[in-house]
Design a protein around this ligand. Structure first.
Ligand SMILES: NC(=O)c1ccc[n+]([C@@H]2O[C@H](COP(=O)([O-])OP(=O)(O)OC[C@H]3O[C@@H](n4cnc5c(N)ncnc54)[C@H](O)[C@@H]3O)[C@@H](O)[C@H]2O)c1
Length: 326
């Protein structure tokens, strides 16, 4: 019997599904706390037997009482907090974005305080940083100046402050992680989801135009999920937030990797030659110093694995092409 019992908020999402997959495959009990009801991402990457081993709680992160009850019922030992609304959803409805992303994170820390939990891993974002041309370095380190350029980034910055104060006032340790462009099976929504949609389109034999260009930090979803689990297990004293590494590459290189994995689609996957308002990449030196070595799947390999996975999922009718038009 495992001594660990994980509680993962937002685990019906892309990163959450991969976190849950890793834990379930290792025989660790997991409670999924999510407002959504669609298990399509879990089913895309897990067998029915594996999905059946998950404890699901349909709950809202903005409801402290409900959240705390779910954490208590799960007798939780390790927490990974991922529930959030991504950039387009925060842009469409800023008050709701603030409730879910900011109040939701305060609720998580407040519940942890009541339940005397002493460690939390949670998702921040590269969006706490400013535009690339505002920094001297192309690839920025952990302590680069934070100057978010959208409300989502402002909310994530607030969460980092929340974590800091709960450590100062209540001794709750935390590790926040700042993913950049996560890609891989299940990445079907959010501002930086179009490279993955291009991989799905290529697997389906359909043309696709990626919505941005320039350099990005591309991070394979399974690597990021494993880092969250590592961070949730770390015995860490403090409240720190770390950049992730991954592959710093131009979107052109992603298209080349897609063409290499699906040569029949060469020339049909294109990109908008407009960089995101973010630095070219982030480095994970501080993270590695804090929690130890982390695995980085090379971009070409991650893209090829994603396209292979999508081809199989299309054959098994486990993925919809509707997302290509959203
Ligand atoms: N994917 C990326 O590239 C990326 C980059 C930087 C940061 N992040 C952060 O990582 C985390 C996970 O990202 P993802 O790509 O898996 O996101 P996602 O959008 O796929 O999943 C988010 C999940 O949160 C759930 N959720 C939304 N509102 C909720 C509420 N009120 N209560 C409970 N659950 C709620 C949704 O139902 C969804 O399942 C998020 O915090 C995101 O901001 C992601």
């Amino acid at each position: 019997m495992s001594e660990e019992r994980f509680f993962v908020t937002g685990a019906l999402g892309c990163l959450g599904a991969w976190v849950v997959r890793n834990l379930i495959q290792d025989g660790i009990p997991v409670t999924v706390y999510d407002l959504g009801s669609s298990t399509h991402r879990l089913k895309l990457i897990m067998s029915d037997d594996e999905v059946a081993r998950i404890n699901f709680v349909n709950g809202d992160i903005t409801d402290l009482e409900e959240l705390e009850k779910a954490m208590q019922n799960a007798d939780v030992t390790n927490v990974i907090h991922l529930a959030a609304l991504q950039v387009p959803f925060c842009r469409a409805n800023p008050p709701l974005g603030a409730r879910v992303n900011v109040v939701g994170t305060v609720n998580l820390f407040e519940a942890a305080k009541h339940l005397e939990l002493k460690h939390i891993a949670y998702a921040s974002s590269v969006a706490v940083y400013g535009r690339g041309d505002e920094y001297d370095d192309r690839i920025i380190s952990n302590d680069a100046a934070q100057m978010p350029r959208n409300l989502y980034g402002v909310y994530k910055l607030a969460n980092e402050g929340t974590a800091y104060i709960y450590h100062q006032d209540n001794g709750i340790n935390s590790i926040g992680l700042r993913p950049y462009t996560v890609y891989g099976p299940g990445r079907d929504q959010g501002m930086t989801s179009t490279p993955t949609k291009a991989m799905l389109a290529a697997a389906a034999g359909k043309p696709y135009h990626i919505s941005f260009g320039g350099y990005n930090g591309f991070q394979y979803v399974d690597d990021v999920a494993k880092i969250f689990i590592q961070a949730a297990r770390a015995s860490y004293d403090g409240a720190s937030v770390f950049n992730l590494g991954g592959s710093v590459a131009h979107v052109r290189e992603v298209v080349e990797a897609i063409d290499a994995a699906a040569p029949e689609m060469a020339g049909q996957i294109t990109f908008e030659d407009q960089p995101l308002a973010l630095p070219d990449g982030t480095d994970d030196n501080a993270l590695v110093a804090a929690i130890g070595a982390v695995h980085t799947t090379p971009l070409k390999e991650g893209v090829a694995a994603t396209i292979r996975h999508f081809k199989q999922a299309l054959a098994d009718d486990k993925v919809s092409l509707e997302q290509l038009s959203s």
